[in-house]
Write a protein that binds this ligand. Structure first.
Ligand SMILES: Nc1ncnc2c1ncn2[C@@H]1O[C@H](COP(=O)(O)OP(=O)(O)OP(=O)(O)O)[C@@H](O)[C@H]1O
Length: 283
């Protein structure tokens, strides 16, 4: 199940002199519950790939399906769209209501929640992205800063608890603490609710610390598809001038204490943290 791309191509501005193929013959799958980081140079087609995965764009050739439901089937399109939530890198494209509260609850309107339940959910979603409920609920989302707008949109996406969450550069504009908390929340959602996360980013450290897999695009083609554990070996090669992330440095430190006991899989943050807490409990 999960997301499936089969020989997918997409051209923006078709039938115009500016037409160019932005996604070129991509085939790949994302299983349920995987956290995939998508990286690549500016203009390489990451957002377009994200919008194709979310069903917002229709491929020129090839098929995109979610849980075996194809995007191009009229009858099943709403089933496809209900499974996926996309958060644009431009939050103003997704703000619609007059207050923060109403904007965040917008997606819940067709679900069967009473007012009290909605308030609890909105409050929790706002707190998860560092927006104080009382401070922000009645403000206009259009009069917030860029980072605050982004947090409103993220809260509105996460409140829906979609099966698949596609985030286009979600941490840009967030302060470091909110960014860390937000990424930890994503990891928690992935683990506890088996949410599939597609995380488009320019931040290698975020990808290394939170994703299971890194997909790299260039000129609309998928040029690398790597497990994060494989990348770690490269980062540790002294001949390659890449500095290790804090997580990798911490792991190295631990290896000196627990020689031979650190599994390479522990590079995934939650596993490393579980390992550390287990050890602390026993000492
Ligand atoms: N609506 C559009 N009409 C025409 N061209 C577009 C449109 N949207 C994107 N493009 C072009 O398609 C190419 C890929 O854009 P896309 O936004 O997918 O790249 P990206 O990898 O996400 O870039 P960035 O990292 O800068 O956000 C770019 O050359 C862009 O100019």
């Amino acid at each position: 199940m999960g997301i499936n791309f089969r020989k997918v191509s997409y051209t923006h501005a078709k039938r115009s002199p500016l037409a160019h193929k932005v996604v070129n013959d991509i085939t790949f799958s994302i299983p349920d519950g995987q956290f995939v980081a998508v990286m690549g140079p500016s203009g390489s087609g990451k957002s377009t790939l994200g919008q194709l995965a979310a069903g917002l764009l229709h491929p020129d050739t090839g098929t995109v399906s979610v849980d075996n439901i194809p995007r191009n089937n009229r009858k099943s399109r709403s089933d496809f769209l209900n499974k996926v939530t996309y958060v644009s890198q431009y939050p103003e494209h997704q703000l619609i209501e007059e207050t923060v509260f109403r904007d965040i609850r917008y997606g819940l309107r067709r679900m069967k929640y009473n007012d009290q339940e909605i308030t609890v959910k909105v409050k929790e979603a706002m707190e998860n992205v560092g927006l104080g409920f009382e401070q922000y609920k009645d403000r206009s989302p259009f009069q917030l800063s860029g980072g605050e707008k982004k947090r409103v949109v993220l809260a509105g996406a996460m409140i829906l608890e979609p099966k698949i969450l596609i985030l286009d550069e979600p941490t840009v504009g967030l302060d470091p603490l909110t960014r860390m908390k937000f990424l930890a929340l994503l990891t928690l959602l992935q683990r506890t609710r088996l949410m599939t996360i597609v995380f488009i980013t320019h931040n290698l450290q975020d990808a290394l610390e939170h994703a299971d897999r890194l997909v790299i695009l260039n000129h609309g083609q998928l040029i690398y598809d790597l497990k994060i554990t494989e990348i770690r070996c490269v980062l540790e090669d002294p001949d390659i001038p890449l500095s290790s992330t804090p997580l990798l440095r911490l792991q190295k430190e631990l290896e000196s204490f627990f020689r031979g006991k650190i599994d390479p899989e522990l590079v995934q943050e939650y596993k490393l943290l579980t390992f550390i807490s287990d050890r602390l409990m026993r000492t």
